[in-house]
Design a binder for this molecule. Structure first.
Ligand code: BES
Ligand code: MN
Ligand code: ZN
Length: 496
């Protein structure tokens, strides 16, 4: 991460900056810094409100250049939407949209006068948004699309939230960067090396299982997926000991398929072209753990990342193969492109063995989930309704859309096999997100578990007004929120 947010005490009207950003609620008066800038400019903003050129519609960006009476080179007004609808998600997206619009060229000093009168949670989300919005997927372009700001300044009222916002933004940025990097750069070994750097930086314990250890541990499902690749698999275990040794452990488990060609059930080119993103679950876990460690949250969290490529060569695992997973369950392989659930089968088993009190797994698991819920909404599936509600409420609080899919017993019949305990695909393609989750459920025993299928929201094919295309870092903020709520006695219910 190149930019971090810091405080300025200089008022919006007199600050020497390339741009000052203020917010405007729909159907509301100009307030705070926006009102001060309006005064300094002799009523320029009020005129735009009167003519409805400045509507306050959520995410709308209005730029005034070289405004008279103001020191900064530009005023940017970002619409905050209707005040009654304003929440952390709206704060994130508004600040992110403003940042993205200003990142169109290099700017040394950008000051955001947002957050006065907001909750610290909304401030934190907005600062995170501003840091995410000015960075994109143009890692390998000489001519960048987006230019992170030299300095990002916020008014004193936001001070209490800045440190945590910076920490979370680093996590989100890390996840996005890992997902955006191509599979030639990010493969199991190099991902594990990045994880080791993060662990070193933030004081996380780390253990990495190489192929020999995975064999010793009988991780037959994960190993089978890796067979067709010249890259060796890894299983990375990160540990944050923020709670007492008698306190329960939250396990975060991520699918880390650093490239998914489909294996012998080869994907067509169109379906394969974005499959560097198939390690987004693991990257989300790593990003969240880096934030949790940096925030020093008083909880015990372990992060487990199952890392492998799914490739094709003479040693590839084959259709009809029967695998023995680490748990001892046998699996008939009927489609090598349903590899994520095989990787997770062994990774979840390790989480259970390490004594996780509750588990969340994140995976770009099924195209079917994207068919069901669209590209912006993650699918939630669970074996424990209370736990799922807690995860859902955290996601909702962060403004990260997620929706629960049913886990009716009837779906289990679909993964019965004639030759092994279970098979790795359902009978047909209908309900594919759920049959995949039913498969995962076989490996968590009685541990409360919630599965988040992020195949839609993890990676954008085209940009949004507030964020570049490519990796989004979705659900890093939700995982941090879950960890923050871990010691609470109250059960948060999502409000639908
Ligand atoms: N990684 C894919 C799922 C995916 C699809 C992620 C689109 C992101 C965007 C997964 O490994 C996969 O190939 N799933 C198959 C399962 C099928 C063979 C049962 C799918 O969704 O088609
Ligand atoms: Mn696949
Ligand atoms: Zn996959």
């Amino acid at each position: 991460m190149s930019t971090t947010a810091t405080v300025t005490t200089e008022p919006a009207t007199t600050i020497d900056a390339n741009a000052v950003v203020v917010g405007h609620f729909q159907d509301s008066d100009l307030r705070g810094a926006a009102a001060h800038l309006d005064e300094a400019t002799g009523g320029a903003l009020a005129r735009l409100v009167a003519t409805e050129d400045l509507s306050g519609k959520s995410g709308a960006i209005t730029r005034l250049l070289a405004p008279h009476g103001v020191q900064a080179t530009a005023i940017v007004v970002v619409g905050l939407g209707k005040e009654e609808n304003f929440d952390r998600g709206a704060a994130f997206r508004a600040a992110s949209a403003a940042a993205k619009s200003l990142a169109d060229k290099p700017r040394e000093r950008v000051a955001f006068y947002l957050g006065e009168g907001w909750t610290q949670e909304c401030v934190e989300a907005a600062v995170c948004g501003a840091l995410a919005g000015c960075e994109g997927q143009d890692l390998y372009r000489a001519e960048k699309d987006l230019h992170p700001f030299g300095q990002l300044l916020w008014p004193p009222a936001t001070q209490p939230a800045l440190a945590s916002a910076n920490a979370i933004a680093v996590g989100v940025g890390l996840t996005r960067r890992l997902v955006n990097e191509p599979a030639s750069e990010i493969y199991p070994e190099s991902f594990a090396a990045r994880a080791a750097e993060v662990a070193q930086q933030h004081g996380l314990e780390i253990e990495t299982w190489d192929r020999a250890r995975l064999e010793q541990e009988r991780c037959g499902a994960l190993l089978a997926v890796s067979q067709g690749s010249v890259r060796e698999p890894r299983l990375v275990i990160l540990r944050h000991r923020g709670g007492g040794s008698d306190q329960p452990t939250l396990a975060l488990v991520g699918k880390g398929v650093t490239f998914d060609s489909g294996g012998l059930s080869l994907k067509p080119s169109d379906g394969m072209k974005t499959m560097k993103c198939d390690m987004a679950g693991a990257a989300t876990v790593l990003g969240a753990l880096s934030a949790i460690a940096q925030l020093n949250l008083p909880v015990n969290v372990i992060g487990l990342m199952g890392l492998t490529e799914n490739m094709v060569n003479g040693a590839s695992f084959k259709l009809g193969d029967v695998l023995t997973a680490r748990s001892g369950k046998t699996i008939e392989v009927l489609n090598t492109d349903a590899e994520g659930r095989l990787v997770l089968a062994d990774t979840l088993d390790v989480a259970v063995e390490l004594g996780a009190a509750k588990i969340i797994d994140l995976a770009t698991l099924t195209g079917a989930c994207v068919v069901a819920l669209g590209t912006d909404v993650a699918g939630l599936m669970t074996n424990d309704q209370t736990w799922c509600h807690q995860v859902e409420a955290a996601a909702q609080a962060c403004g990260e859309p997620a929706w629960q899919l049913p886990m009716f017993q009837e779906f289990s019949a679909q993964i019965k096999s004639k030759v092994a305990d279970i098979k790795n695909i359902g009978d047909g393609r209908w309900g594919g997100a759920i049959t995949a989750a039913k498969f995962l459920e076989e490996f968590v025993g009685d541990t409360p578990w919630t599965h988040i299928d992020i195949a839609g929201p993890a990676f954008l094919e085209s940009p949004k007004s507030w964020i570049d295309a490519g990796a989004t870092g979705a659900f890093v903020r939700t995982l941090v929120e879950v960890a923050r709520r871990w010691n609470d006695d109250v059960t948060y219910l999502p409000s639908r």
